[in-house]
Write a protein that binds this ligand. Structure first.
Ligand code: NAD
Ligand code: UFG
Length: 333
């Protein structure tokens, strides 16, 4: 199939690009580089042995998206483009609604007018809000607790409404848990601008000597060692989940949601220990107070994706840390 990846030079999109090419699909990427670098395109070309067709631009430019859909005879869209910082979304909600919601509306309008009827959407476990039970399945109530999460839920609802009125539209809505790690080449990975907010990129910088120590946000949670527990999933497993979603799209009844996670919880202290072994570096840390808005534990019930998409996460925590470290080392050198 011919696939458009919106936001395809970003962290998850660039890894999905590799999995899709390896599965034999043709891809084209559109990105406005608001949170990524053109260097990713050089890296992808090195990994894939060929240039990836790329158009620079914003998905809110509906005419541009239409032109891409038509020029590349796009069969399906993977919609990664979006802003994703929880903290920034609290400070600048309008920016998040404008980019994530208006961006998705523009994309959907372009798809409708170009008769493109298949889309895979990058949603997030953040739409569940504070877990009422664990593991979280797709039927868990939806109550996001920040503007970022609400933009994701709104786009889900728009997609569901569209699929309801257009019997030909097929939507696979993927709710990612905590994607981490990097491609095995070490050439692409997660490199946030400024100070990292998330655990794994922070640990990577401490291991690489760029930051002095990790702050652990609380060791008094109701978990087995007191630190927060999450469902970390290797970004290449996540990328394979997109290939599985694409294979499933023609069979989808309209709008269908799947959790992409491993089903296993890992604590902050466990992650530090595995990273230490994988990198051979010490990870100095200090326990500080809880981070506002954090929850104790969050992990997926991935059974639906296992059974219906015929996909499951295969790579271990050690492989997540090893690949993150290879990418980090390549940045350090
Ligand atoms: P990322 O920031 O690395 O990638 C997103 C890409 O989209 C960037 O390259 C950015 O430049 C581009 N972009 C943003 N707005 C755009 C616009 N209006 N027009 C064109 N390009 C635009 O983020 P990521 O981690 O790769 O996340 C991809 C998607 O998955 C996002 O929608 C995010 O909300 C979602 N998600 C991410 C996580 C995570 O932890 N990384 C978890 C759950 C869901
Ligand atoms: N943590 C620290 N120190 C840090 C960073 C994080 O102790 O410097 C802890 C957190 O308190 C939490 C765990 O590490 O217990 C994971 O935190 P992350 O920030 O890496 O991930 P979150 O689960 O808080 O949130 C991320 C994204 C959300 C997304 C969610 C689920 O930031 O947008 O995963 O996909 F919704």
């Amino acid at each position: 199939m011919n696939i458009l990846l919106t936001g395809g030079t970003g962290y998850i999109g660039s890894h999905a690009a590799i999995a899709l090419k390896e599965a034999g699909h043709n891809i084209v990427i559109q990105d406005n580089f608001s949170n990524s670098s053109p260097l990713v395109l050089n890296r992808l070309a090195l990994i894939l042995g060929e240039e990836v067709p790329f158009i620079e631009g914003d998905i809110r430019n509906t005419n541009l998206v239409k032109a891409i859909l038509q020029e590349f005879s796009v069969d399906a869209v993977m919609h990664f483009a979006g802003l994703k910082s929880v903290g920034e979304s609290v400070l600048e909600p309008l920016k998040y609604y404008e980019n994530n919601v208006l961006g998705s509306l523009s994309l959907l309008r372009a798809m409708k007018e170009s008769n493109v009827k298949k889309i895979v959407f990058s949603s997030s476990a953040t739409v569940y809000g504070i877990p009422r039970y664990l593991p979280i399945n797709e039927a868990h109530p939806l109550k996001p607790v920040n503007p970022y999460g609400r933009t994701k839920l709104q786009v889900e609802q728009i997609l569901e409404d569209e699929a309801e009125c257009d019997a030909l539209l097929k939507v696979v809505n993927l709710r990612y848990f905590n994607p981490v790690g990097a491609h095995k080449s070490g050439l692409i990975g997660e490199e946030p601008r400024g100070m990292p907010n998330n655990l794994m990129p922070f640990i990577a910088r401490v291991a690489g000597g760029k930051l002095k120590e990790l702050h652990i946000y609380g060791d008094d949670y109701d978990t087995f060692d007191g630190t927060g527990v999450r469902d970390y999933i290797h970004v290449m497993d996540l990328a394979e989940g997109h290939v599985a979603a694409l294979n499933y799209l023609p069979h989808s009844s309209g709008f269908e949601t799947f959790n992409l996670g491993t089903g296993d919880g890992c604590s902050v202290l466990q992650m530090i220990e595995v990273y230490r072994k994988a990198s051979g570096r010490e990870i100095p840390f200090r326990i500080v107070g809880r981070r506002q808005g954090d929850i104790s534990s969050c992990y997926a019930a991935p059974n639906k994706a296992n059974q219906i998409l015929l996909w499951s996460a295969k790579l271990s925590l050690f492989e997540m840390c090893m690949s993150s470290w290879s990418f980090q080392e390549q940045l350090v050198n």
